[in-house]
Design a protein around this ligand. Structure first.
Ligand SMILES: Cc1ncc(COP(=O)(O)O)c(C=O)c1O
Length: 237
């Protein structure tokens, strides 16, 4: 999938990396361009909403538009909804379990999700796929049988226990995430000379952009992060 290019030569106009543009590029909200970038070899478009790492959530009507475009272009649409339950807008009253948010938009749409992130249980390998397409479902079930024969009943038992306390667990997690996001937000605000960000609406990630070189340049900044704070910075490209 295409993202907004960050490369430019000296003398070229600086790309506008304002949060609004980051939003539209990183979330592929420019759906027409996204589909214009497909070729005859493209079989599937995959999006992640809530997005990792940006934390922005596509609205139901945006997913529906993607689904319509995918249908017109004869493509499958895969929507990774792994972080759907970690939405900052949720309150304990509306934490209703919805599986396969996108799959309802057509039998060419596949929703996938898992329990690892939202409930912090990477050790149990429980996830799911939702589709209304019977023939695809047959294929996925056959693949599952070949890969793992059966899910672990122990993992499923643990998952059931977690789901039975879902509202209680999520309320606590979301309250904690809101507290942490506010902490980061106030820091980004304080450092607004150097940083900006796309404030996340869901999930546990955020995307902070260094918009002005720190004192001594970026390399020195990374060294300070490592030596003084034990933080490694990996290459983004
Ligand atoms: C958006 C998203 N989907 C899926 C996964 C995979 O999760 P798991 O294999 O633990 O279910 C990850 C893991 O980082 C993720 O961030």
């Amino acid at each position: 999938m295409r993202q907004g290019s960050s490369c430019h030569s000296p003398g070229e106009q600086e790309p506008d990396n304002s949060p609004t543009l980051l939003r539209s590029h990183l979330l592929f909200r420019d759906f027409e361009s996204l589909f214009n970038g497909t070729t005859r070899a493209t079989k599937l478009i995959s999006v992640c909403s809530p997005n990792n790492p940006v934390g922005i959530v596509l609205s139901s009507s945006e997913v529906q538009s993607l689904a319509s475009l995918a249908q017109v272009n004869e493509l499958y649409l895969l929507v990774d909804e792994t972080y759907a339950d970690l939405n900052y807008a949720s309150t304990s009253a509306d934490i209703e379990l919805v599986i396969g948010l996108a799959a309802k938009f057509g039998d060419h749409v596949i929703s996938v999700s898992s329990m690892s992130k939202v409930y912090g249980v990477l050790g149990i390998r429980i996830g799911w796929l939702a589709t209304t397409n019977n023939s695809l479902q047959e294929t996925f079930l056959a693949a599952k049988e070949l890969i793992s024969i059966s899910g672990s009943v122990v993992d499923e038992f643990i998952a059931e226990q977690i789901f039975s306390r879902r509202t209680e667990l999520l309320s606590k997690t979301i309250a904690d995430m809101i507290r942490r996001r506010e902490h980061v937000a106030s820091w980004v605000d304080q450092e607004s000379e150097f940083l900006d960000w796309v404030e996340p609406e869901a999930g546990i990630m955020c995307f902070i952009r260094v918009k002005k070189e720190p004192v001594g340049g970026l390399a020195a900044f990374y060294q300070r992060l490592l030596k003084d704070h034990g933080v490694y910075v990996g290459r983004g490209t």
